[in-house]
Ligand binder design. Structure first.
Ligand SMILES: *[C@@H]1O[C@H](CO)[C@@H](O)[C@H](O)[C@H]1NC(C)=O
Ligand SMILES: *[C@@H]1O[C@H](CO)[C@@H](O)[C@H](O)[C@H]1NC(C)=O
Length: 515
């Protein structure tokens, strides 16, 4: 059953947002997913749980924003490299390259999941590639570079956990879609050769020039922290400072087996694990500081095409099974969006609208579906109170009430707008409102609550996995590649911030990161 909508009658008119190949039907069908795409964007929490991104946004990082780069080199970068938003993220890479990473004692058993042990997985991937050419330039030291954006940086944001090198689908939107399956994974075998990462960066910057007419400066992705692949450091950044990091950062705290040396995790003055975990967790609800602005009126999402993104009952969306022609269709729409819209143009902040809806109804739905509700009277009384603002008691009309309730959060001036965000947000709001109204009218408590529970399954809001009441020394631990267990995904818990992933359990990401 699909609730009717009066404002947005479903039909197959093309959406304005993306060159006429997306459909209103698909957007309405996938409204829940698109709503979550908007709500999760630039947030470490939602993007970790919904880790397979299939969407592309125009993004701007304002001039002056400070960004970080960790390396074994003490001179400013010239060319294409990685930048982090949090200095703690860059510290992981502010170490010399010392041959292949040590084999972890736990390897082959699915990983110990420890934060410190897993640093190496991130690091061995990349960032220190340049050491191959210049290993003699520097002796066993690491440097943290601070840069500031010299202008408003125009970026293509690839959503989800798109910098996580997994085979769970986190790379589909890049490798299958954007880069047309041309990334050479065999690179992985070469010394210091990151598994396709360098090539992704090169391809992205070539596309920025050739396909996107120089209209973007790089791409924006997420792993344990948000990061930018910036094509031209020298042109787009001001170097603020370069500091040598404590020698413990240089790997002296490890023996050849990759075990921690004296001083425990990180060691005194070493890479402070709790600092990094907290730095990541502090961005759960948003990158903060107005450091990234997305265009929610003109973006491209595979969810707005008439495609099956959940092959063989996949829990998370995939793109690697799609036909070339479908991938090409989406790629063309990304290009035309980039060519016709400036990332800096004003757009309505639909994420703020999704926030109002989620914050208003998240706890209410959870409560109404719980065993704290014991009778139908209790349920309908509570729902009637929720719906009171939308009820005209002179003339009760359930469908009019659902319509009023679902347009509450949508700016009146945008009520007839038919872009992807507007359609998806309205559809989701309408589902919430109409399901509540139906539940209030049910005679039987079990079926009333069943309706609410199936609404919650449909919505799949990540707020329902948030921890409650963590202590000052704890963070809510959710799997963030390469860390975390299956249990951490199913039910994130408050964990000691100095070792949030030390509880063992089977790795969420599988035995080995992808190469
Ligand atoms: C950076 O690279 C460009 C192109 O290779 C070169 O023209 C420029 O002089 C370099 N700048 C510095 C400071 O090395
Ligand atoms: C109820 O409201 C809808 C508009 O939402 C209207 O089309 C319909 O005619 C109304 N029904 C009655 C019985 O007034």
């Amino acid at each position: 059953m699909r609730p009717h909508t009066t404002l947005f009658t479903a039909c197959s008119l093309a959406l304005s947002a993306a060159a006429g190949t997306t459909s209103v039907d698909a957007t309405t069908k996938n409204a829940n997913h698109i709503f979550n795409v908007i709500h999760d964007s630039m947030r470490q929490w939602g993007s970790s749980l919904h880790h397979n991104g299939v969407s592309f946004f125009l993004a701007v990082v304002p001039a002056g924003t400070q960004l970080y780069h960790g390396t074994s080199l003490s001179t400013p970068v010239n060319g294409t490299e990685w930048l982090a938003f949090e200095p703690e993220h860059s510290l992981v890479f502010a170490r010399p390259h010392r041959g292949p990473p040590p084999r972890r004692p736990d390897e082959g058993e699915g990983g110990d999941g420890s934060w410190e042990g897993r640093h190496e997985d991130l690091r061995r991937d990349r960032h220190d590639r340049r050491d191959d050419q210049s290993s003699k330039d520097e002796d066993a030291k690491g440097y943290l570079h601070t840069y500031a954006a010299a202008k408003h940086l125009r970026l293509l944001y690839i959503d989800g956990m798109s910098a996580a090198k997994t085979d769970k689908g986190t790379l589909d939107s890049q490798d299958a879609l954007l880069f047309d399956n041309t990334i050479d994974m065999n690179q992985a075998g070469k010394p210091g050769g990151p598994p396709g990462e360098r090539e992704r960066a090169i391809r992205a910057c070539e596309m920025a020039q050739d396909d996107f007419a120089g209209r973007i400066d790089g791409i924006l992705r997420m792993e344990a922290g948000f990061e930018i692949i910036l094509c031209d450091f020298e042109r787009d950044l001001v170097n603020v400072e370069i500091v040598e990091v404590a020698s413990h950062e240089s790997g002296n705290d490890r023996d050849g087996n990759g075990r921690k040396g004296p001083g425990g995790p990180g060691g005194p003055g070493g890479p402070d694990s709790s600092g990094w975990a907290r730095a990541v967790a502090s961005r759960y609800t948003g990158i903060g500081g107005g450091r990234v602005n997305l265009n929610y009126e003109h973006f491209v999402t595979a969810f707005s095409y008439d495609l099956d993104l959940f092959p063989e009952g996949s829990v998370h969306p995939r793109l690697n099974h799609l036909d070339q022609s479908d991938l090409q269709r989406i790629r063309k729409d990304i290009t035309s969006t980039l060519l016709t819209h400036d990332p800096r143009e004003f757009s309505w902040n639909w994420q703020a609208t999704t926030d109002m809806i989620v914050l208003r109804y998240s706890d209410e739905l959870s409560y109404l579906s719980s065993d704290k509700i014991e009778t139908t009277e209790q349920l309908s009384k509570h729902i009637n109170k929720l719906m009171a603002p939308f009820t005209d008691f002179r003339e009760r009309n359930a469908s009019a009430e659902a319509d009023k309730c679902s347009s509450q959060f949508i700016p009146h001036t945008l009520k007839d707008v038919r872009d992807i965000a507007a359609l998806a947000v309205h559809e989701v709001a309408h589902r919430v409102c109409s399901t509540l109204i139906e539940a209030a009218a049910e005679q039987d408590l079990v079926s009333a609550q069943k309706g609410i529970k199936s609404l919650m399954a449909y919505l799949d809001w990540t707020t329902w996995k948030e921890c409650r009441g963590c202590q000052d020394n704890e963070i809510c631990a959710v799997p963030i590649w390469p860390m975390g267990s299956i249990e951490d995904y199913e039910q994130p818990q408050c964990r000691d911030a100095s070792n949030p992933y030390g509880n063992g359990g089977e790795s969420y990401w599988g035995r080995e990161p992808r190469h």
